[in-house]
Design a protein around this ligand. Structure first.
Ligand SMILES: *[C@@H]1O[C@H](CO)[C@@H](O)[C@H](O)[C@H]1NC(C)=O
Ligand SMILES: *[C@@H]1O[C@H](CO)[C@@H](O)[C@H](O)[C@H]1NC(C)=O
Ligand SMILES: *[C@@H]1O[C@H](CO)[C@@H](O)[C@H](O)[C@H]1NC(C)=O
Ligand SMILES: CC(=O)N[C@H]1CO[C@H](CO)[C@@H](O)[C@@H]1O
Length: 695
């Protein structure tokens, strides 16, 4: 009872002593721009779009060289050594790989630069020509970044491909960009060998691991050279070739999006584009320095991660590699009793996609609920106190009370991510307000939530560390101007009050050149105004708050008109209904031939099974439970309740649903690598179920 009483009394006394404070800071400012009329906002501190934060540096290759020379002897890239890998059987007969990983082993900046130079020379010696393209098709790891910088030193454009990309899309990306050299890991090499017959342009493969055995290996190696990464470095070391540096306007990367519709599109990014984003995003991280430690585990084929790793270079900080499956001590692939990446590394800065933060939150909640009793009471009290502190109605967010709660409650939660995290970057999809609050409070670190697309080189807006509101994505970063233009069909206008609303259009030096080999699509969504500024039309709908912060409220494509003329915004309704405890993912479906909506619900196994147990419902397995009428009724009832609480209209709440028992991972093709739903693929895959829901 001791800690609980202290928890009640100390804050009470503190409250008597201190008064309210309110945060009314202005973060973005209206600005006059060319092009289509609308309401445009720029960053408060920068009057014209930022291009580079360093004088005389205009490419990522120059930035890397400059930093490696300056920080020569400092610790830079860390990787964990594999101690053991064993297969462990789980209860249901399947087996899982469990890893025991050692401490981080580090390369200095000087050594990394040497490896990059050797790799660049090795690539030239291999016979790769400057105007041919290289593809990197691998998970995030140290060789990925070394290869990237090696290519940059030779002015070779790099095509980036998600390691999880499916066969058809992989083939399309390599074929379209006429890639001659592919750099990959052993898992990806197997995928390449599976389709070796269809890859017309590939001549060289560089494998980051030992070369695996595969039935097509002999046949493929008659048309490809397959070399290990180490051999390329050695080749370059023995036969050095001078650098052939690019300029700002040269294409650095063609980034294939894991697009939510159709085949992926390659977005062309210049060195200038990425440098502008790196320079700008850097400004939102407070007190960034060479003392910082960054944990890298998101796909480098995602622009957020690519920009983040270049920011680390820019300030001379250290970077440890990890993976989503080994992130924490309780991650799937970590052997019980050994350490996950975060607790081993102790990062100060972390980037995350919302799905991962949601997972951290669910894990903590589950644990707190399972413990119950005084611990749960204490947690709830601490949480409520910190929430009201953040809301500005109580002092204490930074004071004594904070220390108290950290000591009593949040210390253990912070330890999940290694105890030292002081800033989180989140991007790739909208973060739910609840999760943002939860992480703010329990991890005690601000989240910079970004809004941007591959086409705008990730940059558009980012929340500032001292902004405690949730659900908004912040003011434009220094390299971007964000404009809202009218969309009459959707009923949004830049003249709306109290807030201007409309389609989000992003302009500035960070806006990319367009899609590779797809002029038609490029012309459709990119425009250059009379002043020479490039604009990208995002198709997202937003509104600007008075302090210059953007909020995403809708998506053009996701608005459907029902039979009687009411508009349903699928994204908005889904965001509200995902609040039901039974829902992992919900996909709303509306059809203009009907007056009501239906939905596919990927059910939360733990929540639904808990309920079934309480009701005494028996079932063989989870998929059978999902088909039971009572279960469907229970979930539907919960959706109605959540929907009403969120003030949804009656026609917005689904009338019929289908419960799905299998979770959706990127491999299923139903969600992107950032776990955004792929509406078209889902409609296709579940067309029969949808038809049945309407019958
Ligand atoms: C870099 O390579 C591209 C494509 O091969 C070429 O057009 C460009 O001129 C090169 N840049 C420099 C500075 O040589
Ligand atoms: C590869 O590209 C060529 C044209 O460059 C095209 O004719 C061919 O059909 C493509 N193959 C695949 C498998 O996409
Ligand atoms: C915090 O403030 C928001 C809006 O400013 C309000 O909706 C919410 O209820 C407040 N929460 C608490 C616990 O005071
Ligand atoms: C690399 C690039 O596209 N740079 C352009 C960025 O935008 C400014 C105008 O805002 C142009 O002058 C640059 O050429």
């Amino acid at each position: 009872m001791g800690p609980y009483l202290i928890g009640v009394i100390v804050p009470f006394v503190l409250t008597l002593l201190v008064r309210n404070s309110k945060n009314g800071k202005k973060r973005g400012e209206p600005t006059a721009v060319g092009g289509e009329p609308g309401y445009a906002v720029r960053n408060k501190l920068f009057t014209s779009p930022m291009e580079s934060a360093w004088q005389g540096i205009s490419t990522l290759a120059e930035l890397f060289e400059h930093s490696c020379k300056k920080h020569h002897k400092k610790r830079y890239l860390g990787t964990r050594r594999l101690i053991t890998s064993e297969m462990e059987a789980s209860g249901d007969g399947r087996s899982f790989e469990k890893l025991h990983l050692g401490e981080y082993e580090w390369l200095t900046y000087g050594k990394a630069f040497e490896m990059v130079c050797n790799f660049a020379s090795g690539l030239a010696n291999l016979g790769h020509k400057r105007d041919e393209r290289v593809a990197i098709f691998a998970d995030t790891r140290v060789e990925w970044f070394i290869a990237l910088q090696g290519c940059f030193r030779r002015n070779v454009t790099v095509v980036t491909i998600y390691a999880s990309l499916g066969q058809e899309a992989l083939c399309h990306s390599l074929n379209e960009t006429e890639v001659t050299t592919v750099i990959c890991g052993k898992g990806e090499l197997k995928k390449l060998l599976d389709i070796s017959g269809q890859l017309r342009t590939v001549k060289h493969v560089i494998c980051m691991d030992d070369i695996p055995s595969h039935p097509s290996l002999n046949q493929a190696s008659s048309s490809w050279t397959i070399t290990s990464f180490k051999d390329i470095e050695q080749l370059g070391k023995e036969n050095p070739v001078g650098a052939d540096l690019p300029v700002s306007a040269d294409t650095a990367v063609i980034m294939y999006t894991s697009g939510s519709t159709g085949l992926p599109k390659g977005v062309m990014m210049t060195h200038g584009n990425i440098l502008a984003t790196v320079s700008s995003v850097m400004t939102i991280i407070p007190r960034l320095s060479d003392k910082d430690v960054y944990l890298a585990y998101l796909p480098l084929a995602h622009i957020l991660e690519l920009a983040a790793e270049n920011i680390v270079v820019a300030v001379g900080a250290s970077l440890g590699y990890g993976s989503p499956l080994t992130l924490t001590d309780t991650s799937n692939k970590i052997k019980r009793g050994t350490k996950g990446d975060a607790s081993m590394l102790g990062p100060t800065i972390l980037a995350a996609v919302p799905a991962i933060l949601d997972r951290v939150r669910d894990g903590v909640c589950k644990k707190v609920d399972a413990t119950g009793g005084i611990s749960k009471k204490l947690f709830d009290l601490a949480y409520a106190r910190r929430l009201s502190a953040i809301n500005g109605s109580w002092f204490g967010a930074w004071g004594l009370e904070r220390l108290l709660w950290n000591f009593l409650v949040f210390r253990k939660i912070r330890a999940i991510l290694g105890s030292r995290v002081r800033f989180l970057l989140s991007g790739g999809a909208p973060l739910s307000g609840n999760t943002q609050r939860f992480i703010n409070i329990c991890i005690g670190a601000p989240i910079g939530q970004g809004y941007g697309l591959t086409e705008t080189c990730a940059g558009a807006t980012f929340t500032e560390y001292d902004d405690t509101s949730v659900g908004r994505v912040g003011p434009p970063i220094p390299c971007s101007v964000v404009k809202l233009i009218d969309w009459p069909e959707g009923g949004y206008s830049a003249n709306d009050s109290p807030m201007p609303r409309g389609e989000i259009v992003v302009g500035g030096p960070n806006v990319t050149l367009g899609y590779f080999n797809n002029d038609e699509k490029t012309k459709e969504v990119y425009k250059v105004d009379e002043k020479g500024m490039r604009w990208f039309y995002t198709g997202d709908i937003g509104r600007f708050h008075a302090d210059g912060c953007l909020e995403i409220i809708d998506r053009k494509k996701d608005i459907v008109k029902l039979q009687h003329g009411e508009y349903v915004s699928l994204g908005k309704v889904e965001a509200a209904l995902v609040g039901s405890a039974y829902v992992d993912i919900i996909v709303l479906h509306a059809d203009s031939f009907y007056s009501y909506c239906v939905a596919l619900v990927v059910a939360s196994q733990s929540a639904l099974e808990d309920w079934a147990q309480k009701q005494g419902i028996t079932y063989a397995d989870f998929s059978e439970l999902c088909q039971k009428e009572e279960a469907v009724k229970e979930v539907l009832g919960s959706l109605v309740k959540v929907g009403k609480a969120a003030r949804l209209e009656k026609f917005e709440i689904p009338t019929k649903i289908k419960l799905l028992s299998e979770p959706w991972t990127p491999d299923t093709g139903l969600v992107t690598a950032a776990l955004k739903i792929k509406r078209d693929a889902i409609r296709k895959a579940f067309s029969e179920d949808l038809a049945q829901l309407y019958s």
